[in-house]
Ligand binder design. Structure first.
Ligand SMILES: NC(=O)c1ccc[n+]([C@@H]2O[C@H](COP(=O)([O-])OP(=O)(O)OC[C@H]3O[C@@H](n4cnc5c(N)ncnc54)[C@H](OP(=O)(O)O)[C@@H]3O)[C@@H](O)[C@H]2O)c1
Length: 330
């Protein structure tokens, strides 16, 4: 059956301007790191993508190595795109990245021009696309001159293979240097993709100030700490959860009694606000205007719908923020 997008898809989503660029991104975007690979159920992934687009999520985030196996998330996304979403291509912001191990030998990892450009070509082939909207350097490479990596990103834009470029996992200083190089090349840095959640606040020590000053947008990844910042682990590790799967990046040993104690207290606050903890964790990130979008993952349509309801309550009272801060520092 051919998919037809919901006619009301733009009614509820909030769109935020990405830094000082012309591009707006949905306040909630969908990431395809887990749940969309060759080991996952294709139809489930397809339903999640359709539900996302029907709810105004225009931005889908991928990387060369998403799967497993590596590359399969892009392949699956490409299948869904070419058979169902082609008519909507101009309504979609699709991103990919290169920076982590992808193929053997010295040219399948890190940040050389050779790797970045061949990897982008491979991603385009897997997704059956002529261009991606955003291409990222997935991580800084200590052994490649920053100029080389940035020139490779600039070249992708000049060749029409990417419309914008971004950085992921770069420190505040590295971001400043990279942004300066990109600016000189004439391809401004659009966005930074850092890990950011209530449990991981490293961006508050300089990165957010830097991107705010430079007019670069940001998209926070693993906003729910891979599921830990929801109520799902409060009664043990459920079957089929990320922590229970051999292919999941969240390991049972990361779900410590100390973390669960905090999750329990945060969950009480969320309930008092009439929200799920997942919703409160997303809203908490969106209160900072330098955060353009929150990049969630979901293993079901139900989870995605739950996360989308965040938009019904984005406001925090000062006393709620203080209590949350005390719990996080306890
Ligand atoms: N740039 C980078 O280096 C980098 C690194 C990591 C991720 N990312 C990007 O960020 C995206 C999101 O990362 P993430 O998947 O770790 O994000 P996340 O939103 O922190 O975690 C998603 C997981 O949380 C659980 N979940 C989501 N909503 C829920 C709800 N309402 N109730 C209960 N559980 C819920 C699901 O786990 P279950 O599977 O257990 O149901 C889901 O798979 C990735 O897809 C990727 O695009 C980027």
């Amino acid at each position: 059956m051919n998919y037809k997008a919901n006619l009301n898809r733009y009614e509820k989503m909030i769109y935020n301007r990405c830094g000082r660029s012309g591009l707006q991104l949905p306040a909630i975007s969908l990431g395809l790191w887990h749940n969309f690979g060759g080991v996952d159920i294709f139809e489930n992934g397809k339903d999640i993508i359709f539900s996302a687009f029907d709810a105004g999520i225009t931005h889908f985030d991928l990387a060369n190595n998403y799967g497993p196996p590596a590359g399969s998330a892009e392949e699956n996304f490409g299948r869904i795109l070419s058979s169902h979403l082609k008519p909507y291509r101009d309504e979609l912001i699709i991103s990919s990245k290169a920076g982590y191990y992808m193929w053997p030998g010295p040219y399948g990892d890190w940040g050389s021009r050779k790797y970045i450009i061949s990897s982008c070509d491979q991603s385009l082939k897997r997704m059956q696309l002529e261009y991606v909207d955003i291409f990222y350097s997935h991580r800084p490479d200590p052994n490649t001159p920053l100029e080389e990596t940035m020139m490779a990103l600039d070249q992708l834009v000049r060749k029409g293979k990417a419309l914008y470029v971004g950085l992921s996992n770069y420190s505040a200083d590295q971001t400043r240097q990279a942004a300066e190089i990109l600016k000189d090349l004439g391809t401004p840095c659009l966005i930074h993709q850092p890990r950011y959640s209530m449990f991981d606040r490293w961006v508050e020590n300089g990165l957010l100030d830097t991107i705010g000053e430079l007019g670069i947008g940001s998209i926070a990844f693993s906003p729910l700490e891979q599921g830990l910042l929801t109520d799902k682990y409060l009664k043990g590790i459920p079957e089929n959860s990320r922590a229970a799967k051999p292919t999941g990046f969240l390991k049972p040993e990361q779900i410590t009694p100390d973390k669960l104690e905090k999750v329990r207290k945060l969950n009480d606050i969320a309930q008092n606000r009439g929200q799920s903890l997942a919703q409160m964790a997303i809203a908490w990130l969106l209160k900072d205007k330098r955060v353009t979008s929150v990049l969630v993952g979901a293993s079901s349509v139900k989870q995605l719908e739950n996360n989308l309801q965040t938009l019904n309550n984005l406001q925090f009272q000062n006393d709620e923020l203080n209590t949350i801060s005390n719990i996080l520092h306890s």
